[in-house]
Design a protein around this ligand. Structure first.
Ligand code: NG6
Ligand code: CA
Length: 516
């Protein structure tokens, strides 16, 4: 009797002791709100990852997220190009509601109103620290940016406490990094001047000096040559501040890792906007030739490696189980986007769009349906979800996660869907491709008539335009081969009604969206 009492006392004592022992890697984050990291690639297609069916490329680190989290098969960017998709991701608002939300030059003013709700602003109200590392491309300043002074407004005025970024794209000037509005490493005696129309006197260009190009332009991209790569737009000065293209991936990775290490004691939101596989594709020499597919494949492997390293950092810092990761891409794939870089020639059997039709710039599925993964070790159970979700829904869903009162936007609260607990996604979604829009509802996709070219011949992508209505049943016809508009007029009429209800009568009138 006494013996058992002593034994049980000992046991209780041992248990108490064990519960007082801090677990290995335990940090102060135990009872905190989860960190949120959005890893956003640029132009990565639905079929570009081995976890999404690619057989010619292996992306083990992203696959680990897909296989250990929720892999969405109906996950969408709002748009088939970068700026509008990023606009929707950060504001929760349909980009076609903002006429400026289209591919921007490097000199464009900021297109998000500083009074608007944004993802980082919303999270900040919940005590989050917020950061951007990577590509911005939502405009800066109010119209006349002086790159030699603090550039504002920009990401810092939209809720990012810390922002380290390239202004627009890797193929657009200025080819420098900014940190909280200041160009990094700028020599005041060598000021930066930018002009998107005219070259500076006496300066070479891709157009006039093809012999100076180490990567040759195919269309566009024939202005100022930086690091042997001709860009869009002219730039003068700022020599010491210019980035190294081959080091860009490592550079952004190091910034993202540093941020995590120095901010792990309070919840943080990190928007890690990677530059791959957008043009110019400039893999670090470690990855050169590794895919056998030329630079486009190589930079996908490079991005995958970076994500693996980033995940290791979360683990080493002991915060992996308190961090929600959302992985996606801003729009679908393109091979030749303006440079001769073997993307077409060395493609082999790889299908960047997977089974989907179209690509970047297209209203067909490959324009906007992208890899979309949520991962949260220990919280999200792995699985595949066919629920319809859009990046725009992060705002309302993360508001729910963090207990914020929801602002009224186009963002739908789908937290349980994102966490893999519900299959009840969106009922419908308007997708966009360079201001043209279409409606996804249930398994159906309706594209209203558009008179534009059917194909962009330069990039060799079908844009989705047709003079007649298009209606596809995506469940039975994921490759959009059978237009059912004529054979299923009831469904078409129903889709048109829903489309008008979202887009508004005035839009539909100007587009003459009437059935014959
Ligand atoms: C296009 C560029 C393309 C790419 C795109 C933006 C030309 C001919 N083409 O105008 O190369 O930069 O803009 O891509 O200049 S996005 O992913 O940022 O939307
Ligand atoms: Ca893009």
């Amino acid at each position: 009797m006494i013996k058992t009492k002593i034994a049980s006392l000992l046991l209780v004592g041992a248990m108490l002791l064990a519960s007082c022992q801090p677990a290995k890697n335990e940090t102060k984050q135990e009872n905190q709100k989860p960190n949120v990291v959005v890893i956003y690639l640029d132009d990565l297609g639905y079929g570009d990852l081995s976890s999404y069916g690619a057989t010619e490329l292996q992306t083990p680190n992203i696959d680990a997220l897909a296989n250990g989290g929720v892999k969405f098969t109906n996950g969408y960017a709002s748009s088939a190009t970068c700026t509008p998709s990023r606009y929707a991701l950060l504001t929760g608002v349909y980009p076609w509601k903002n006429k400026s939300a289209r591919i921007l030059p490097g000199t464009a003013p900021l297109i998000i109103d500083t009074a608007q709700v944004t993802l980082p602003k919303m999270l900040r109200t919940q005590g989050y620290q917020t950061a951007l590392v990577g590509k911005w491309h939502l405009g800066l300043g109010t119209g006349h940016v002086n790159w030699n002074e603090a550039v504002s407004p920009g990401p810092n005025e939209l809720g990012f406490d810390y922002a380290y970024y390239m202004a627009a794209t890797q193929d657009r000037v200025p080819t420098v990094y900014l940190e909280n509005g200041m160009v990094e490493g700028l020599d005041p005696n060598d000021p930066i001047e930018i002009d998107y129309k005219n070259n500076f006197e006496g300066q070479t260009s891709g157009k006039d000096n093809p012999e100076l190009c180490e990567m040759m332009w195919h269309h566009g991209h024939n202005s100022t040559i930086v690091n042997g790569v001709p860009r869009i737009g002219f730039m003068k000065g700022g020599e010491a501040a210019k980035w190294s293209d081959i080091d860009m991936a490592d550079h952004f990775l190091a910034k993202a890792q540093d941020y995590v290490k120095t901010h792990k004691d309070q919840p943080f939101f990190l928007y890690y906007a990677m530059q791959q596989p957008h043009v110019p594709r400039t893999p670090h020499p470690r990855f050169e030739g590794k895919s056998g597919m030329g630079p486009r494949g190589d930079v996908i492997l490079e991005a995958d490696w970076c994500i693996g390293e980033f995940m290791k950092t979360l683990e080493e810092e002991g915060i992996l189980e308190n961090t929600l990761i959302v992985f996606s891409s801003d729009n679908g794939p393109v091979l030749n986007d303006g440079y001769f870089d073997d993307a077409v020639e060395k493609l082999g059997n790889h299908t960047p769009a997977g089974p989907l039709r179209g690509g970047k710039y297209s209203l067909f599925e490959a324009g906007t349906r992208v890899p979309f993964i949520t991962y949260w070790k220990g919280t999200i159970q792995s699985g595949v979800s066919d629920a319809l979700v859009c990046q725009m829904d992060l705002l309302a869903s993360l508001a729910k996660l963090t207990g914020t009162e929801e602002a009224s936007t186009d963002s739908e609260e789908l937290l349980d869907v994102l966490l893999g607990k519900s299959a009840d996604g969106r009922e419908s979604l308007v997708i966009e491709a360079t201001t043209r829009t279409a409606l996804r509802k249930g398994n159906w996709l309706m594209i209203p008539p558009y008179n534009g070219a059917r194909k962009n011949k330069q990039v060799n992508i079908e844009l989705g335009n047709d003079k007649v209505f298009q209606l596809y049943n995506l469940k039975e016809d994921i490759g959009q081969q059978n237009n059912l508009a004529e054979s299923n007029p009831e469904k078409l009429a129903e889709m048109l009604e829903s489309f008008k209800a979202i887009r508004g009568e005035s839009y539909s009138k100007t587009q003459k969206l009437e059935l014959k």
